[in-house]
Design a protein around this ligand. Structure first.
Ligand code: PLP
Length: 409
């Protein structure tokens, strides 16, 4: 029998995610009793508010466990339309403009699937959370990275965005607060980006998954609120994962005003999920309409964690941490001289050595083409773990014997 050959497939070009691999390694180490610090991934450790769990139980007991409308249950679509008008200032949004998805991840998949044809280019920040580029490529699109720089506080540079536009560009992607840098786009920058989109007739895809994780005096602005005259070409993406610690309930949503997207998005929703899990939607309704006081409590806890990490990293020669303005990541640029001092080849090996001694991180190369000399630490795990982890990290980055496991941490 001749061996069968399998033709190359676009999925072969998509990674399973470096951060997922690091997470699995740490979980395995934890399972055999090793002390680990989960600074690699962004999953809020907070409990889901009790009234949200109650809503799940109530919906289950009431038999709300059958097929639901493809784009979301009407009660939730209505509540979310009111929320984006009231809280995000996006005028004129109605229930019909809201599409429930399996988290913001699925919202990205659906949005790019609905917008892109093979070869279409999307401008995105570099560094950027890996899955954005993967979803663009999955839809046949081409990513065009625009570097973010420390001297601009990692804000997207509108002039560089404009310079990256080609006849194949169809969309500008933006994310504020941003993963991995913790940058926040100012109102002024958002207005400039919107003007560019208008001048070149481009879609604006705005990922606002971290809208509620923002540190004063910085404020979250939705680009959709700034360009009412361009509303049809703005797609806004939100999530319940970060605001309400509902990451496992996989609930997010798209706000889209364009008739063509109203036609295309439901087709992709029907063929991928045929509606988000009904109980998760009742949970989301309780979350968005109920008491919001946990948002402020969560942010004050994140500030404690952020400060612990920043103060530990700031003492280490060759490490330049950026104090995040939103989200829950510390992005630290590395002076390449640090590699020789620590006996590693690059940030990838540094991250690998840290994982070997139980400290999670994500190397810059996981996020783009221009950020090899950087590393990201997440602080969404419990405060004592972040505080102890910050100390362990300081110790490991100051002492090659600790980093290489020759001396216990
Ligand atoms: C920028 C950004 N967008 C979207 C998501 C996806 O969130 P979810 O699918 O849990 O809603 C994440 C998750 O980390 C993220 O960092």
């Amino acid at each position: 029998m001749t061996p069968s050959t399998v033709a190359p497939h676009p999925l072969d070009e998509i990674s399973l995610g470096l951060i997922v691999q690091i997470r699995e390694r740490l979980l395995k180490a934890q399972a055999v009793g090793t002390k680990v610090y989960r600074l690699e991934s962004g999953d809020p450790n907070f409990s889901v508010p009790p009234h949200v769990l109650e809503a799940v139980n109530k919906a289950g007991a009431a038999g709300k466990t059958h097929y639901i409308p493809n784009s979301g249950i009407p009660e939730l679509r209505k509540a979310l339309a009111e929320k984006v008008v009231r809280k995000n200032g996006i005028a004129g949004v109605t229930d019909e403009d809201i599409f429930l998805t399996n988290g913001a991840m699925h919202a990205l998949y659906v949005t790019f699937g609905a917008l892109l044809s093979p070869g279409d280019e999307v401008i995105l920040p570099d560094p950027m959370w890996t899955e954005v580029g993967e979803n663009i490529r999955l839809a046949g699109g081409v990513t065009v990275g625009v570097p973010l720089r420390a001297d601009r506080d990692f804000e997207y540079d509108p002039a560089e965005i404009e310079a990256a536009i080609t006849p194949r560009t169809v969309a500008i992607f933006l994310n504020t607060p941003q993963n991995p840098t913790g940058a926040v786009l100012s109102e002024q920058t958002l207005r400039e980006i919107a003007e560019i989109a208008k001048r070149h007739d481009l879609w604006l895809v705005s990922d606002e998954a971290y809208e509620d994780v923002i540190y004063a005096p910085h404020k979250h602005f939705s680009i959709g609120s700034l360009v009412p005259d361009y509303a049809e070409k703005v797609v806004s993406i939100f999530s319940f994962s970060k605001s309400y610690a509902m990451s496992g309930l996989r609930t997010g949503y798209i706000v889209a005003r364009s008739p063509i997207l109203h036609d295309r998005i439901p087709k992709l929703l029907r063929c991928t999920i045929n509606g988000v899990n009904s109980l998760a939607q009742w949970a989301a309704l309780a979350a968005v309409t109920g008491d919001q006081s946990q948002l402020a409590q969560m942010v004050s806890e994140y500030i404690v964690r952020r400060d612990a990490l920043i103060s530990a990293l700031s003492t280490i020669e060759g490490v330049r941490p950026f104090t995040p303005r939103g989200a829950f990541y510390v992005w630290a640029e590395l002076d390449p001289a640090i590699y020789a001092r620590l006996g590693v080849a690059d940030a990838n090996e540094l991250s690998d050595k840290l994982a070997a001694i139980g400290i999670g991180s994500a190397p810059g190369s996981a996020f783009g083409q221009t950020c090899d000399d950087a590393i990201r630490f997440a602080y969404s795990c419990a405060t004592p773990m972040v505080k102890e982890g910050a100390e362990a990290l300081k110790h490991a980055l100051s002492n090659p014997d600790v980093l290489h496991g020759r001396t216990p941490a």
